[in-house]
Write a new protein. Structure first.
Lengths: 236, 913
């Protein structure tokens, strides 16, 4: 238990620093690939169940036979991966931003029980900041307007209303967090496909998108080779 | 009114509880009464009815009960939804250790439902077809987020659960007290004990109630609370602290006078001023407490963490105190705390300040000692001193001053400055006496001088050494005073006598002391420590008094001496270990053990006794009690035997290691004799041979010349001694030979010859051969002089006897002639007789010269060899020691048929001359 806690703490620390660097600088990177890589890395870390779900299950005493199987994502609570793939890039970012806004709201409620929820809230804010930067990049490369990242997107589903039944509340929290990690896993996959398609596109045309040629208005440094491991995986 | 209440479960006839409730009934009253069911009401229908009667003492008996009311049904199941499964009670908070009943309601009787408590299945009691109840006894606390209990419908994805929150009743607060720092606020504190709060479910609260004022406040913290004091209105306070949570409450009270609960604030602005070497002034400030309060402040002076001085000062606001009796150059800490001077309650917090006093001149003279030695003929004095303690140094020592004053020749003083890091210096002096002053300097000045007098002439530094024993406490050294003028004594030793430098130590002792115990952490067992006791005279000169040596603890020797074997004979050898130093051993060497063992000898020699070694082997042991005896003679040994020996020293602690024996093999008994005889003989023979080789020519000439020289013949001397004028040496030039008679002596002639003369040995007579030189063949038969050549080389015996041995060879020699010619006289007689006979036999007219000589051998060195061939003429010069004799004395030539000789005519030219 102790090594797992240490591992989680370290992971949270690294992730926090990663996101804090984003939030602290307040500048968006004009480099699409760097930003995309950063989003991928962040999503990669946020999908890790050891950051939220596992501590929650342990804290609430749900790590018992007969209960674990009921800690599954409620259908419709989060957009499916297919639904995310079906969205445009900007639509995807909007949905991601809105969904994470709701996640932040739920995490605030969980903070009283789960101290790591506060740290994860900071991470999500940093991730949303990068979503905002990516939206700015994409907006510069298209004529379409995008909503502000703090507003919920059309694809986001409202979280279930908390109930007075503590037991059900525990299960719902567990399902919510399960869905959150699954959702971040899907987002990670979508971001990965962005990278793959961009590479293919570049290899065909040998030039970046128009907006990327113009560059972003603000630059934010980030180490593209940053890689954070290991991480837990959701049950498939 | 008194109300009797009945409660039934499931059906009205099943009364589970009956109780009374008494209350005062007023006009149009609505009464409330509650009852807690052990079984959740949702799981079973409950019925309640009641009846009443007057319950007033004013109304006389009898008092009758009213009729029972109708049964009122309480059915919570009706309000439940359509879920297939329900579990009750939800989110119940219970006290740890209590019993709890839970139940579930299933909508479908066909469902198989199983329930679990923290993953462990539990089994309950079925109340009816749809309801089952579980009784949990003595529930325990598991986690703050509650104990999970859930039920599942088998084969369906239906799960319902409840969370049971288990907590404790609050502990009674401990150490509840209140105090003020400024008469404006009272701060009450307590120890809340175990935290019983549960997130979102059960929190604990603390309430402070003051009974005199009737005020109550809810405390913000679980262990403290602030109470605002009403100005000047209330002196006494009675506080009650109530602790409460969902399960119960506790309370604790305290009554006090405000003036007795003054806890001053921590003083501030603590400063040190006018800090000198021994004094310093401390100032500080305090927060005022009221208008008339006086504070008692405690000023502590700390040095190295310990309180050195403590002073109490009463002040209103500003405090000041003069600290004295401080040590120079010392770090101190001043610490101040205060309390109410009138009613002590608690000390305030402390404020402290470090400071360092100023330096002062060193207060004590250095402890100086000296070591005098002679280097290249000059007395060299090494001064040692011990660094001043911090107490006496009074500051950082910057340097040492050494002033050298010549006492015999008043002259200029020599001043040496020694760095502070040194603890000694070396001075080269002459043969005079010097007074040496040593002082230590710091920034404030010098220390008192330490004076020592050193004489250039060390004088008699010898004293007999005495042995002392060490103990755990050290060495007890005592001495006898020599003079009454001693002003003190110094005991000197080395802490590490085996090292260089040996870390010289000394101890000063007063004049009335005659013993002391020398102890040092450096003392080790098995090390010899030498102590010298010096008497310090009034002139401050040190004179050696006594010498002591001892061991803290004697140890057995660790090494054996290197033994040399000498004087090895067949019966003895000598062992010596003169290089072995007895002074550097781990104990006083008391003697030696000599071990001897031999396979040849089973018994020990006298002086030895049998001993058994550690390896169980036996040997002989001899003990030498004199440590200075470093030789030992092993005697009575067997020749040609192997002996093993070992010499090991011993001390009072034991002997050295008995491990490696040295082998010695005694030699043969006669070998030394043979060596003594044969060796000189060989040398002599060699010398003779060398001499002979070097003088071979001389020897040859002397002993065996190839041609005898007649002039060197012994016969000549004999003749001369007889003064025979007829006998002269004939020169070869005078000889005119015309024929050579060669006399060949065959082998068989020996017998014949022996018959003629038996006085000579056979060998002696086989050697001679004669060569007769005749003038002419016709003269052969006639008389005439004959010259006989004699070669004495071939017959030493004859030569020695003075005879020319060939005379008897004539066959006609009368047998009457006596045998051996052993003397010159005999030889001379024989010669005379033979010659005379010959002359008589030969006619005078027929006298002729006969050359009788030896026939030179054809083979060099083979004088016995008989020539088979006719002899060839050899050079005349090879004839030596010839002499001329009268012809009449010459032997007649042998007959031609004679077997003793043969005559071979030679040509003229072949004759020898």
């Amino acid at each position: 238990m102790r090594p797992q806690l240490v591992q989680r703490t370290l992971l949270s620390l690294v992730l926090g620093l990663l996101f804090l660097s984003t939030a602290a600088t307040g500048k968006c990177s004009g480099k699409y690939h760097e930003l995309l890589q950063q989003l991928q890395n962040q999503a990669d870390l946020m999908q890790d169940t050891s950051t939220l779900l596992d501590p929650y299950i342990h804290l609430q005493g749900l790590d018992q036979a007969g209960l674990k199987e009921h800690c599954k994502e409620s259908p419709g609570a989060f957009p499916s991966e297919d639904a995310l793939r079906g969205l445009s890039q900007r639509g995807f970012l909007r949905t991601l931003n809105a969904t994470l806004g709701h996640v932040l709201h739920r995490l605030t409620a969980l903070q009283q029980d789960l101290t790591v929820a506060r740290e994860q809230g900071r991470n999500i804010r940093g991730f949303r900041s990068n979503i905002h930067c990516m939206s700015q990049l994409l907006r510069g490369s298209s004529e379409m307007e995008t909503a502000e990242p703090t507003q919920p997107g059309p694809g986001a589903t409202l979280p279930p209303t908390p109930v007075s039944d503590t037991f059900q509340h525990k299960l719902q929290g567990c399902r919510f967090l399960h869905g959150y990690h699954r959702f971040m896993h899907s987002a990670r996959q979508v971001f990965k496909e962005w990278g793959d398609s961009r590479c293919r596109s570049r290899s065909r045309r040998h030039r970046p998108p128009r907006a990327l040629q113009r560059g972003a208005r603000r630059m934010r440094p980030f180490r593209r080779d940053e890689r954070l491991m290991p991480r837990g995986q959701l049950p498939r | 009114m008194l109300f009797q209440i009945q409660i039934s479960r499931m059906k009205t006839s099943n009364v589970i509880w009956v109780g009374n409730y008494s209350t005062v009934v007023k006009r149009d009253p609505v009464l409330h009464w509650s009852w807690k069911s052990e079984l959740p009401l949702e799981c079973a229908t409950h019925f309640v009815r009641m009846r009443s009667r007057v319950d007033d003492a004013k109304i006389p008996e009898p008092r009758f009960w009213s009729n029972w009311s109708s049964w009122k049904e309480a059915d919570a199941q009706k309000s439940l939804g359509r879920d297939p499964l329900f579990l009750f009670p939800k989110d119940k908070l219970v006290e740890e250790g209590s019993n709890v009943t839970i139940c579930y309601i299933s909508r479908n009787q066909q469902d198989n439902i199983s329930c679990y408590l923290e993953g462990q299945q539990i089994h309950g009691e079925q109340l009816d077809s749809n309801v089952s109840a579980f009784k949990l006894n003595k529930v325990s606390f598991i986690r703050k987020t509650g104990t999970n209990i859930f039920c599942k419908v088998d084969q369906k994805d239906v799960i319902k659960g409840i969370v049971l929150f288990v907590s404790k009743v609050l502990e009674e607060p401990k150490d509840f007290s209140c105090e003020t720092q400024d008469f404006k606020t009272l701060m009450c504190t307590w120890d809340p004990g175990t935290d019983t709060s549960l997130p979102k479910r059960s929190s604990q609260s603390y309430t402070l109630f003051e009974s005199f004022s009737g005020k109550k406040i809810l405390c913000e913290h679980k262990n403290s609370c602030n109470w605002q004091v009403d100005s000047d209105s209330q002196e006494m306070y009675n506080f009650t602290l109530m602790a409460e949570n969902a399960l119960g409450n506790r309370s604790v009270s305290v009554l006090f006078s405000l003036t007795h609960r003054v806890h001053p604030k921590t003083p501030y602005n603590l400063f040190l001023k006018n800090v000198s070497g021994t004094k310093a002034t401390v100032t500080w400030k305090v927060h005022p407490i009221g208008n008339y309060s006086t504070l008692l402040c405690q000023l502590d002076l700390l040095g190295e963490g310990n309180v050195i001085q403590q002073h109490n000062v009463s002040i209103k606001e500003n405090g000041e105190y003069l600290l004295s009796e401080l040590e120079p150059d010392t770090e101190y800490m001043a610490r101040v705390r205060c309390a109410d001077a009138n009613h002590f309650w608690k000390w305030s917090g402390s404020i402290s300040q470090k400071f360092v006093t100023a330096e002062a001149a060193p207060s004590e003279a250095l402890d100086v000692w000296r070591n005098v030695k002679s280097v290249s003929g000059h007395p060299t004095v090494t001064l040692f001193w011990k660094p001043l303690s911090k107490l006496h140094a009074n500051g950082k020592i910057l340097s040492y001053n050494v002033i050298v004053e010549n006492l015999d020749r008043p002259s200029r003083l020599e001043v040496h400055s020694v760095p502070a890091t040194a603890n000694g210096t070396e001075l080269t002096l002459d043969q005079y006496s010097y007074q040496i002053h040593v002082t230590a300097l710091n920034s404030a000045g010098p220390s008192p001088a330490s004076v020592i007098v050193v004489s250039g002439d060390p004088g008699n530094e010898e004293a007999e050494e005495e042995r002392i024993n060490g103990t755990e406490d050290g060495f007890s050294v005592s001495w006898k005073p020599q003079s009454r003028k001693a002003i003190g004594y110094v005991v000197e030793w080395c802490d590490h006598p085996q090292d260089l430098p040996c870390d010289l130590q000394w101890k000063n002792l007063s004049s009335n002391t005659t013993s002391t115990v020398i102890s040092s952490g450096a003392f080790r067992p098995g090390v010899r420590y030498n102590f010298r006791i010096y008497e310090i005279s009034t002139e401050r000169m040190a004179n050696l008094l006594e010498k002591k040596a001892g061991y803290l603890k004697e140890l057995a020797p660790s090494d054996n001496p290197q033994v040399v074997v000498s004087n090895l004979t067949s019966h003895s050898f000598t062992l010596s270990w003169k290089d072995y130093s007895t002074d550097s051993q781990p104990g006083f060497i008391q003697g030696y053990y000599v071990y001897l063992r031999s396979k040849a000898e089973k018994e020990c020699h006298p002086g030895f006794k049998k001993a058994t070694l550690s390896d169980k082997s036996a040997c002989c042991q001899h003990r030498i009690d004199n440590p200075e005896q470093k030789t030992f003679v092993m005697e009575n040994l067997q020749p040609e035997s192997v002996y093993e020996f070992l010499v090991t020293p011993y001390t009072s602690a034991g002997s050295g290691p008995v491990d490696t024996f040295t082998k010695v093999t005694t030699p043969d008994e006669y070998s030394h004799i043979l060596i003594r005889i044969i060796l000189p003989m060989i040398i002599c023979v060699l010398l003779i041979m060398i001499t002979c080789y070097l003088k071979s020519q001389w020897m040859k000439e002397k002993c065996y010349p190839d041609i005898p020289d007649p002039y060197k013949s012994n016969v000549l001397s004999l003749i001369k001694s007889k003064e025979n004028p007829h006998l002269t040496i004939m020169n070869v030039s005078d000889c005119v030979p015309d024929a050579i008679e060669v006399i060949h002596k065959p082998e068989g002639s020996k017998i014949q010859f022996l018959g003629a003369s038996k006085s000579l040995t056979e060998t002696e007579f086989t050697k001679p051969a004669y060569l007769y030189l005749l003038p002419a063949e016709k003269n052969y038969s006639g008389p005439g002089p004959c010259i006989c050549f004699e070669n004495l080389t071939y017959n030493e015996a004859a030569a020695d006897s003075g005879s020319c041995g060939h005379f008897p060879v004539t066959p006609q020699a009368p047998p009457s002639q006596p045998g051996p010619l052993t003397s010159p006289e005999n030889l001379l007689k024989a010669l005379e007789k033979n010659y005379m006979n010959s002359l008589g036999e030969i006619a005078a007219g027929e006298a002729s010269v006969n050359y009788v000589s030896q026939l030179a051998s054809q083979m060099s060195g083979d004088k016995d060899g008989l020539p088979t061939n006719p002899p060839e003429p050899v050079h005349c010069s090879e004839y030596k020691m010839q002499m001329a004799i009268p012809l009449g004395l010459a032997s007649p030539p042998p007959a031609e048929n004679s077997g003793l000789s043969s005559t071979t005519p030679l040509d003229q030219s072949e004759h020898y001359r």
